[in-house]
Ligand binder design. Structure first.
Ligand code: ZN
Length: 595
């Protein structure tokens, strides 16, 4: 039979119920029993999820259906069945960039946690169609290509606003996120290619036109800078789906689209930190077009979405993307140099507060993402590192050394382009697809000035070493100093606190003076008899008490307890970058569009 034999249908007409109505039509012939399976993780987010937890009332016409595994059902076709129709409802309550979310204002459909695909026993190829029925005033924003011919129409289907797509491969099916809502499309040609922006506000707030223009202008500059680095864009159309929230944040990359989510205040006037973060996020997810979606670790050239898949290279794919994404912000002019320095200050505070480098290397941090970064606990930062943050810091160190040794001729950004051209999904040589550590090393040592940097790369990524940012910035004629220089030393407990129901301990720094006294979930009640309700009251209560004994009252499991401890002095964290920078530093600021 010509054409796809697997057709996915979804209706979001009843958004208020939070339930999607789903049909899956399989066209025979069928020779025997076979399984259908839903993925358990989504590329870019290393956590096993249980998508069937949200599946309700699954049934099949033309076959019997029974549960086979955590994420799979077994179908036994009836004798002479020519087609099988599977029906189920799917609850979509979670608003994140990697989960299904449905209400009466929008649908964010994440295919990995929506669609079953045949896994064992029936080979119908990977061609399929996806059809969405949505309210009349909605339209869809998706990277999927529309399906020009009618899908089988004998499925009992409602609605007059129906659109179909035809993902050519399973990879494309599962990568094809769909946002459907009544929000307008903002489209603009950027570097000769159409880019669409769809903004949905989770609370229904109106997005001002100036804010939209500001985002489009920034994206335009970013795209031009990426083109200058990587060459012509590897797609014909790109979609940015942006969610605005009261506080939640996240981003997830796809082949020709991204879903990003930021607090809506990022679009308000004078919210410099939030705006800077939004632009950085857009740039980061956009860079994944090359570094993750097309250039992948060898292990991810073909994803196995049924179980954990590990790579040692997330420091390159996430840390590297964070580093270069922000460098592109700087070079393209969407960030000023002041923005870059300000953001480095924020990163340095986190970097200096952790002690994980003594316990974990970047390759281990990458390999163990599934059990560490995605499952943090109150003591995580004292024994683990983040391949995002520490990965980015390592990139900065290697880049500085490369610029020094090449006298400004080479920068690490060129290595990203080189690896993508050589090992990206569009590479003509099959064996070259995907990279290992050795490929990064080979690329680096082949660069002008990079000949002897292989050992530095190996030790900073494979050994338990804290990268030396001071030395790296010194190469650029820059140095760090304390932000609050000369201030009287404040007493310091080294706690991370939450203020939801009282002032509660959520984490303790490794060098905290109460590391072995307080516990996560303890509620701080008072210091030296002064009642505490929030962090600023704690700061006031500790003022001038560095080096003296203080009495802390807490509630632990509703039992009042008291401790005496000598309060430590707040250390002056050197996080503020100072100095004008030398000639090498100027090469960092230059746009590649000028050369
Ligand atoms: Zn990322």
């Amino acid at each position: 039979m010509a054409g796809p034999r697997i057709h996915h249908f979804v209706s979001c007409l009843d958004g208020a119920s939070r339930l999607l109505s789903i049909r899956l039509l399989l066209l025979g012939p069928f020779s025997s029993s076979f399984d259908i399976e839903m993925p358990r993780w989504v590329p870019g987010s290393y956590l096993i999820r249980e998508p069937l937890a949200h599946v309700r009332d699954i049934s099949a016409d033309g076959a019997s259906i029974s549960r086979k595994a955590e994420n799979a059902y077994r179908l036994r076709p009836n004798a002479d069945s020519e087609e099988i129709l599977i029906s189920y409802d799917l609850l979509c309550p979670d608003l994140t960039v990697r989960t299904n979310h449905l209400d009466n204002t929008h649908l964010h459909l994440v295919p990995t946690f929506t669609w079953f695909m045949p896994s064992k026993g029936w080979n119908a190829g990977s061609e399929c169609t996806v059809t969405l029925s949505m309210p009349d005033d909605w339209s869809a924003a998706t990277q999927l290509h529309t399906y020009p011919i009618k899908t089988p129409n004998h499925v009992d289907w409602k609605g007059s606003n129906v659109v179909s797509w035809a993902p050519p491969t399973i990879d494309e099916l599962y990568d094809g996120v769909i946002e459907a809502d009544a929000c307008p499309n903002h489209s603009r040609m950027m570097s000769g290619v159409m880019h669409h922006l769809r903004i949905w506000d989770a609370g229904g707030q109106v997005v001002e036109d100036e804010a939209v223009e500001r985002i489009l202008d920034s994206m335009d500059k970013l795209v031009a800078e990426f083109v200058a680095l990587f060459g012509p864009l590897p797609y014909e159309e790109y979609w940015t789906i942006l969610f605005l929230t009261g506080g939640a944040r996240g981003g997830l990359e796809h082949l020709r689209s991204q879903t990003s989510m930021v607090p809506r205040k990022a679009l308000w006037p004078h919210q410099d930190d939030a705006w800077r973060d939004l632009v950085s996020l857009l740039s980061h997810e956009y860079l994944h077009v090359w570094n993750v979606k097309r250039l992948r670790p060898k292990e991810f050239v073909e994803y196995d979405l049924s179980k954990e898949s590990r790579t040692d290279l997330l420091w390159w794919f996430e840390g590297g993307t964070s580093w270069l994404g922000d460098i592109i912000c700087l070079k393209s002019g969407v960030w000023s140099e002041k923005d870059w320095r300000k953001d480095l200050e924020r990163k340095m505070k986190r970097f200096l507060a952790g002690d994980g480098n003594r316990h974990q290397s970047l390759t281990t941090s990458s390999h163990e993402a599934w059990i560490h970064l995605y499952r943090p606990h109150p003591y995580s930062r004292e024994s683990t590192i983040s391949y995002y943050l520490e990965g980015e810091m390592v990139m900065m160190c290697i880049d500085a050394e490369l610029r020094k040794r090449s006298k400004g001729e080479s920068g690490l950004e060129t290595l990203f382009a080189m690896l993508w051209k050589r090992h990206g999904l569009d590479s003509p040589v099959l064996e070259e697809l995907g990279i290992r550590h050795a490929d990064i090393r080979k690329g680096l040592t082949s660069m002008v000035g990079g000949k002897r940097l292989g050992i530095m790369l190996d030790s900073l990524t494979k050994q338990k070493i804290k990268p030396n940012l001071e030395a790296a910035m010194k190469i650029f004629g820059l140095s760090f100093e304390a932000t609050e220089k000369g201030k009287e030393k404040q007493a310091w407990l080294g706690l991370r606190l939450s203020q939801k129901n009282g002032l509660n301990v959520v984490g303790l720094q490794h060098d905290s003076c109460v590391r072995n006294i307080l516990m996560p979930d303890d509620e701080l009640i008072s210091v030296d008899g002064i009642r505490l309700r929030n962090s600023s009251e704690l700061r006031d209560a500790l003022a001038g008490k560095a080096g003296t004994e203080v009495e802390i009252m807490i509630s632990r499991h509703n039992s009042i307890q008291q401790f005496k401890v000598v309060a430590a002095a707040q250390q002056e964290a050197k996080v503020k970058l100072v100095g004008k920078g030398n000639k090498l530093w100027k090469t960092m600021l230059e746009s590649a569009q000028d050369s």
